[in-house]
Ligand binder design. Sequence first.
Ligand code: DAH
Length: 336
Amino acid sequence: MDVEEIVAYVEKELSGIKEGDDPNPVKVRLLGRKGLFSRLFDNLKDLPPEKRKEIGRRLNLLKAETEKRIDRLQLLFEEEKRKKEEESLKIDKTLPGKVPIVGKKHPITTTFEEIIRIFTSLGFEVTEGPEIELDYYNFEALNIPKDHPARDMQDTFYVKDGVVLRTHTSPVQIRVMESRKPPIRIIAPGAVYRCDLDISHTPMFHQVEGLMVDRNVRFSDLKGVLTLFAREMFGDEVDVRFRPSYFPFTEPSAEMDIRCVICEGKGCRVCKETGWLEILGAGMVHPQVLRNVRYDPEEVSGFAFGMGVERIAMIKFGIDDIRQFYYNDIRFLSQF
Ligand code: DAH
């Protein structure tokens, strides 16, 4: 057994490990249970006793030295590993952040808010009524007789005999007039229901009702208030016109159109080539309706109006299918 040769061999093994590399394979080869030193110590017994002691001493020294160097390399290796791990966890502050998705108001909500803003600025007060309504308020008190087409089973959702899902916000007029005396200046925003579904109808939609009752309220007041509303809503330049119409609860009745915002009156698909878009119904409160709430038509008069919020929003935002409002498709809703 040539100790010098062994020293040279061990030295070669140890210096073959780069600092920061894993020393374990070498450790196993040299210091492992079946490693170099263990075999050398096994072989000692074959040596003559006088040599055994000396060589044993030198092997022990060499082994201790080897252990020390391997321990040091082990520490360096672990330090290196830790550094690499840290590196991989490091936050890169130059990366763009994740932008949080911020919720937006539904276009029907913003349209509601705009309508309410305009009328409250004119002194109208916001009131509400129930969506499950008595037949009496939804129809009877509004001068809609029993055989009127608006009562057709096809349009009205009946809850039970004498109770319906309100088909319009007009019953709020009656409830307000029953509960207070003129002067009255209210709007009533809310959901209404009709059994209908196509490109321009959803079974639930929204209306804003308006009512003004006082002494000497005239048709010119109606025209003034609603023209101002249209200008606020669609811009100062918007043209309006009033067309004669019919509602059982107003006399005379009218519908208000605005000049088509798409084609500016030239005629297009949206305005069905007429150049005009209908935006609301209105009229002077029918004397019978006033009598129904125990007002004296000789003493007071009023005007009323009702508009569809979806319709206003469709015109304002250029949407051609009312159902879009209720698909809850974030790609649609996030555009507003
Ligand atoms: N209630 C009507 C509807 O749903 C709208 C309406 C028209 C309301 C004329 C009114 C009015 O107050 O005077 O179609």
